[in-house]
Design a protein around this ligand. Structure first.
Ligand code: NDP
Length: 308
């Protein structure tokens, strides 16, 4: 009987779900896992450093989310054990909805329009056609690719930036470090959907902002660690940037006294851009365990050397 260890932020409801989907699975919530040598698989969000390395017979690691930065933050990750993450069409659709909403929020000038009710002012801010609005999507993977395609389908002038070249219908693709400056130079609304890796940590910084058109807006739905928070407020106050829509933060929940709460050009949402369905996520884990038990690799394994 395969043994799955859970170490997420809400173990309770998962146990029943896993048991329902795979009755032969022995599910144990950390720290009550019995003999560590009996654990075959781990389902984790932010495992304490060294926990995974303490399981000598581990055959597979499953991330609770799409990102694996919380797992790879552990310097003692056991080498050679496959790490699988959540990739799911419903999750991509939810993220696409949110990103389209955030781009439209800026494109249709909602921060200005939202003030007219209180002012009783019949102001009519004009908006360019979507084809004249240049949107840049950083990261063209499962989520960034879906958002870029949806924005292109709405008629926006969309470019994307990835590590390696690729073809995406209706999207001008820039790749690698050479492609970054020309990509930024055309991005009036910049949407971040990169994974958090050693290369992308802090990529939303003063230098990046300086490469954008004056008055650009940024939308960060990827990870808080992408943004150098201390660089954002000076960029907003100087007019270099005209707005920041942030769903993710370096510390979550965002502390009460954080200056972002009070800044008129910052729009905050509490890390909710795309929350995958729990049953779908558990199903991916059960499928991955079945594959490993058959001697196959789980779907959606990351490359630890690249960090995503
Ligand atoms: P993927 O791994 O599918 O895609 C990553 C993309 O980023 C790829 O296109 C990749 O390029 C590109 N990339 C990676 N490194 C670099 C680099 N150094 N330079 C340029 N491009 C790079 O990720 P997902 O689409 O699944 O997830 C995107 C982000 O969304 C993650 O940060 C995840 O944590 C976050 N997320 C946030 C949620 C929320 O609710 N706010 C919910 C779910 C996910 P290439 O194609 O060449 O490999």
């Amino acid at each position: 009987m395969p043994v799955l260890m859970l170490k997420s932020w809400d173990d309770g409801p998962w146990i029943d779900l896993f048991t329902e989907l795979m009755p032969t699975l022995d599910v144990r919530a950390h720290p009550d896992i019995g003999d560590p040598a009996e654990i075959d698989y781990a389902y984790v969000f932010r495992p304490p450093a060294g926990l995974l390395a303490s399981l000598p017979n581990l055959k597979g690691i499953f991330s609770v989310g799409a990102g694996v930065d919380h797992i790879l933050a552990d310097p003692e990750i056991p080498p050679g054990v496959p790490i699988s993450r959540v990739v799911d069409p419903d999750m991509a659709m939810r993220m696409t909805e949110f990103c389209v909403f955030a781009v439209l929020y800026y494109h249709r000038r909602w921060p200005e329009i939202a003030t007219i009710t209180g002012r009783r002012a019949w102001d009519v801010p004009l908006t360019p056609a979507a084809r004249d609005r240049r949107v840049g999507v950083m990261g063209l993977g499962a989520l960034g690719g879906a958002s870029a395609r949806a924005l292109a389908a709405l008629g926006f002038d969309v470019a994307g930036w990835a590590r390696t070249p690729k073809v995406l219908d209706g999207v001008t693709v820039y790749a690698g470090s050479d492609g970054f400056a020309p990509f930024l130079a055309r991005s009036e609304i910049l949407l971040n959907l990169l994974p958090l890796t050693a290369e992308t940590m802090g990529i939303l910084n003063a230098r990046t902002f300086a490469g954008l058109p004056e008055g650009a807006r940024i939308i960060n739905v990827a990870r808080g660690g992408h943004l150098v928070e201390d660089d954002l407020i000076p960029a907003l106050d100087s007019g270099r940037l005209d707005g920041a829509f942030l769903d993710v933060f370096s510390v979550e929940p965002l502390p009460d006294d954080h200056p972002f709460w009070a800044h008129p050009k910052v729009t905050i949402s509490p890390h909710l851009a795309s929350i995958a369905d729990r049953r779908v996520r558990a199903g991916l884990v059960v499928d991955g365990i079945s594959r490993l038990e058959r001697g196959e690799r789980p779907l959606h394994c990351i490359d630890p050397a690249q960090g995503y």
